[in-house]
Design a binder for this molecule. Structure first.
Ligand SMILES: O=C(O)CCC(=O)C(=O)O
Ligand SMILES: NCCCC(=O)O
Length: 459
C-alpha cells in the first residue's frame, strides 16, 4: 500500500477504466486528446489520481493551469463562500449590473498583484479572449490618437458595418515565430506555433517577426546569442516600418511556451520596449502561461527590469480567470460599450482567483518557486550531463520551475514518465516541459528526478 503522497501506477496508461470512460464519452464529446480520466475527489495537492487508481506526481498541472494544488482547502472555502454562491446563482452581466461586492473582489484580489504601473483591469473568460480584447484596445487607441480628439465621421460609422475602410481600418498586430496566443480569430492570427491550430481558418495578414533562437548553454554562447537577438530586433523594426499597414500592437510571451519553451534575454525585451515606444506601438505581454508565480517572480516580465512597463499584460491559466492589466487610461475606449460583452469574465472565477492570490501571498509561494527552482535546476543539469543525447538545451535557469529540454522523442519520454507515475508535458516539436504547481517543493524533487533518470535510462 503506497503512502498517501507516493506516486504509484498499477495499470497500463491509460488504464482500462479510463479507456472505457473515453469510449463512452466519445459518443458525443471528442475524447481523442484525453490523457486519462481523472478522479478529482482523490487527487490532492500536487498529485493527480486517475479513475484506474493510478497516482501521478503532476508536474504538468493540467495545461500549466492548476496553481495551488488539487482540492486546496482555501479554494474550497472560497467555493463555499456566500460571495461565490451569489455570483454563481445570480451571474451578473458585469458591464451593466455589477454587484456592490465587485469593487472589493477586484481590489482585494487581482489588483493586489497588478503588474507594476498597470493598475486597471478588464476581465475575460479565457486567455484567447484576453489577448483578442487587448488587440482591440490597441486598435481603438491607435485610431483615437489619429482622430486627435475628433469624433467618429459618418463615413467611418457607415463603412464599418460593411467591414470596409475607413471604419474598419487596416491595422496589424505583430507576433513572433513559434508564438502561441490562443485560438480565436484574432488571437489565432498571432499564433505561429503549429499548423494543426491554424489550418483551414481564415486569418489576418499580420507580420510575423523572428524570435531569437538561442544556443545553450547560454554562458558558452553569449556573443552569438546577443547577435541573434540584435538580428531579430532589427527585423522587428524593419517589419514595422515596411508593413503594408500600420502595426498598432506587438504581442510577445515572456517565454514562448506552447511553441517550445523558447527564451530570450532581458536585453531583447528591453529592445522590444524601446522599439514599441519609438513607433507608438502598444506592447502586449501575454502572461497567460508565465504569470501567477511560475517563473519565480509573480510576472514573467518582472525579470526584465524594463525602463517603462509594458502597455498591457494578459493573464489566464493559473489565475483561474482571465483578462488584461493596463496603465494608460487612454486604453479605455472613447465610448462605453466598445470593450464590452454580456459577461466580461465571470465573478465566480475572479473570486477563485482572489483565493489563489491570497494563498500565493500567505504561503510566499513565488519565493518558494524560485528557491525550489534553483535546487531542481541543479538536479536536471545532472541528468543533462548524464544523458547528453537525451536531455539537450536545458533551459529555464533562474526562472522558477519553468524548465524544459529538447529530446529525441518527447512523446514517448512523456509516455514512459506516465507509466512510472509522473505526469509531465511536451511543447514545440521535441521538447519536454515542466509546469509544476507553485506548491511543488523540495520533497518532490527526488521523485521527479529518479523517475526521469529511470525513464531516460530505459531509452
Ligand atoms: O499548451 C499550451 O501551452 C497552451 C494550451 C492552450 O491554451 C491551447 O492548446 O489552446
Ligand atoms: N497545446 C495543448 C497541449 C495539451 C497537451 O499537452 O496535451
Amino acid at each position: 500500500m503506497p503512502a498517501l503522497y507516493d506516486n504509484s501506477v498499477i495499470t497500463e496508461v491509460p488504464g482500462p477504466l479510463s479507456k472505457a470512460a473515453c469510449k463512452k464519452l466519445d459518443k458525443f464529446f471528442d475524447s481523442r486528446a484525453v490523457h486519462f480520466v481523472v478522479d478529482y475527489d482523490k487527487s490532492d495537492g500536487t498529485y493527480i489520481v486517475d479513475i484506474d487508481g493510478n497516482r501521478y506526481l503532476d508536474v504538468y498541472s493540467q495545461i500549466a493551469s492548476i496553481p495551488v494544488g488539487y482540492n486546496n482547502a482555501a479554494l474550497i472555502a472560497a467555493a463555499q463562500s456566500p460571495d461565490m454562491i451569489s455570483a454563481l446563482v445570480n451571474r451578473p452581466a458585469l458591464g451593466n449590473f455589477p454587484s456592490s461586492r465587485w469593487h472589493d473582489i477586484l481590489q482585494d484580489g487581482l489588483l493586489k498583484v497588478a503588474p507594476e504601473g498597470l493598475n486597471n483591469v478588464f476581465t475575460a473568460q479565457s486567455g484567447s479572449e484576453a489577448n483578442e480584447l487587448a488587440y482591440k484596445a490597441a486598435f481603438m487607441l491607435y485610431r483615437r490618437k489619429e482622430r486627435d480628439g475628433g469624433d467618429w465621421t459618418s463615413e467611418e460609422v457607415s463603412s464599418c458595418i460593411n467591414n470596409a475602410k475607413p471604419g474598419s481600418p487596416e491595422l496589424a498586430i505583430m507576433s513572433f515565430a513559434n508564438s502561441f496566443h490562443g485560438r480565436g480569430f484574432g488571437s489565432l492570427s498571432t499564433t505561429r506555433s503549429k499548423a494543426v491550430h491554424k489550418l483551414d481558418i481564415p486569418s489576418f495578414n499580420w507580420p510575423q517577426a523572428p524570435f531569437p533562437a538561442l544556443k545553450y548553454p547560454l554562458d558558452k554562447y553569449t556573443t552569438e546569442n546577443a547577435a541573434e537577438e540584435q538580428r531579430c530586433l532589427k527585423e522587428v523594426e524593419r517589419l514595422i516600418t515596411s508593413w503594408h499597414c500600420p502595426v498598432a500592437g506587438l504581442v510577445t510571451e515572456p517565454i514562448q511556451s506552447e511553441g517550445g519553451d523558447n527564451h530570450a534575454s532581458p536585453a531583447f525585451f528591453q529592445g522590444l520596449r524601446d522599439i514599441t515606444k519609438k513607433h507608438g506601438i502598444v506592447m502586449i505581454v501575454d502572461e497567460v502561461q508565465t504569470g501567477f508565480g511560475a517563473t519565480g517572480k509573480f510576472w514573467g516580465h518582472a525579470h526584465w527590469n524594463l525602463t517603462s512597463p509594458p502597455d498591457i499584460v494578459t493573464f489566464s491559466k493559473k489565475a483561474q480567470t482571465a483578462g488584461y492589466f493596463f496603465g494608460d487610461r487612454m486604453l479605455v475606449p472613447d465610448k462605453a460599450y466598445r470593450q464590452f460583452n454580456t459577461w466580461i469574465g465571470d465573478p465566480a472565477r475572479v473570486i477563485m482567483s482572489k483565493a489563489v492570490i491570497n494563498e500565493i501571498l500567505d504561503k510566499d509561494l513565488v519565493k518558494q518557486t524560485a528557491r525550489v527552482g534553483d535546487a531542481l535546476y541543479a538536479e536536471l543539469d545532472g541528468l543533462a550531463q548524464k544523458y547528453p543525447d537525451l536531455v539537450m538545451n536545458l533551459r529555464g535557469k533562474g526562472q522558477g520551475t519553468y524548465f524544459a529540454f529538447d529530446t529525441k522523442d518527447a512523446a514517448s519520454l512523456v509516455y514512459t514518465m506516465k507509466t512510472l507515475g509522473v505526469n509531465i508535458g511536451t511543447c514545440g516539436s521535441q521538447t519536454v516541459r515542466l509546469r509544476p504547481m507553485l506548491i511543488f517543493d523540495e520533497s518532490h524533487i527526488p521523485i521527479l528526478i529518479s523517475t526521469l533518470d529511470k525513464a531516460l535510462a530505459s531509452i
